[in-house]
Design a binder for this molecule. Structure first.
Ligand SMILES: NC(=O)c1ccc[n+]([C@@H]2O[C@H](COP(=O)([O-])OP(=O)(O)OC[C@H]3O[C@@H](n4cnc5c(N)ncnc54)[C@H](OP(=O)(O)O)[C@@H]3O)[C@@H](O)[C@H]2O)c1
Length: 306
């Protein structure tokens, strides 16, 4: 298949590209016009399409002769300061859905557990609206929606900021966690996600459905931080911080301190328990997912900086 990947330069896209090529697919990446060099994995034979996500004819050209689309572009990880969440995730997805032609056999969209057009939290609402736009276009092509919690791997957006927080917090000081870290999260190993995406793309029986995927364990944020502390050998007493105070502090620190590891959208991931059935990956995809604790040495080699 010829597969167009948006967001190919991101954390998940950079790993997905070599996996698609290894599986024998032809890969076209959609890059936005930019003066910076794209952060693509080196040495990969990909076709490149240059277009903004609001350029209808540019998107149509990028989609020419494409069989499948994996839509990963997002503005969420730049935080509210980036002002890119709605333009990229919602409007960008609407433009892509409008530009996609009938020859596209499937669109795979990576969303968040808890996504809903009526969600109270910006990231979950944006993802819900993007899903809605793709579902409305589904008369032209099936859309498979894959909802996941935090995807973990080297350079991720979940473990890495938490590890920086744990590493930089002064030794012995109580380390605050929003709500005491009682929220349940459902981490998923990047390699397990990529393996599932390959199965989804290649097997039409999976098309046009919604999957909620996660790893083998539901963990509280408290348990994740404790595992990180043990791995990094940075013990601190953990204390509860009221969630509203955590939002307020994150808003100001994100705006005033460029190196602050969290942004307000990051707290959306912890706003509610977001878990999936841990049996879905083994049962439906034949994948036995990895545990976060077993992965920490791979994600955060002790000698490397966070
Ligand atoms: N990572 C997770 O834990 C997680 C969990 C659940 C769902 N997801 C979803 O999975 C998808 C991929 O996530 P990720 O972690 O790989 O994201 P990421 O690392 O932040 O990468 C974002 C990608 O989107 C591209 N992008 C940003 N603005 C763009 C624009 N205006 N036009 C075109 N491309 C643009 C970026 O390109 P540049 O390099 O040019 O900036 C980059 O390639 C997202 O939809 C995300 O919501 C991720």
């Amino acid at each position: 298949m010829r597969i167009l990947v948006t967001g190919a330069t991101g954390f998940i896209g950079r790993r997905l590209i070599p996996a698609l090529l290894d599986a024998g697919h032809r890969v076209r990446v959609l890059l936005r016009p930019d003066v910076r060099n794209p952060c693509l994995p080196p040495g990969q034979p990909v076709e490149v399409a240059l277009s903004r996500l609001d350029d209808r004819s540019g998107l149509q050209a990028a989609l020419a002769h494409v069989d499948a689309v994996v839509h990963l572009a997002t503005g969420e990880h730049r935080g509210p300061r980036g002002r890119a969440l709605y333009p990229v995730d919602v409007a960008g997805t609407r433009h892509l859905a409008a530009a996609a032609h009938r020859g596209v056999r499937v669109v795979v969209y990576l969303s968040h557990l808890g996504a809903s057009p009526t969600a109270a939290y910006p990231v979950l609402r944006a993802k819900g609206l993007a899903e809605q736009a793709l579902r409305q276009a589904a008369t032209h092509f099936p859309t498979t929606i894959v909802r996941v919690g935090p995807v973990v791997g080297p350079g991720d957006h979940f473990v890495r900021p938490l590890a920086r927080w744990v590493r930089t917090w002064p030794a012995g000081w109580p380390l605050p966690l929003p709500g005491g870290g009682s929220t349940l999260v459902h981490p998923l190993w990047l390699e397990d996600l990529v393996a599932a995406l390959l199965v989804l793309l290649e097997e039409p029986a999976f098309w046009g459905r919604v999957y909620e995927l996660g790893g083998p364990e539901h963990l509280t944020l408290h348990e994740v931080v404790q595992a990180l502390q043990a791995h990094l050998r940075r013990p601190h007493p953990l204390v509860a911080m009221p969630p509203l105070l955590a939002r307020w502090a994150t808003f100001w620190l994100h705006n005033l301190w460029p190196g602050f590891p969290f942004h307000p959208y990051w707290l959306d991931y912890l706003a509610t328990h977001r878990t999936a059935d841990p049996d879905t990956l083994p049962r439906e995809f034949g994948i036995l997912p990895e545990r976060l604790t077993a992965l920490l040495p791979l994600i955060l080699p002790r000698e490397a900086p966070a």
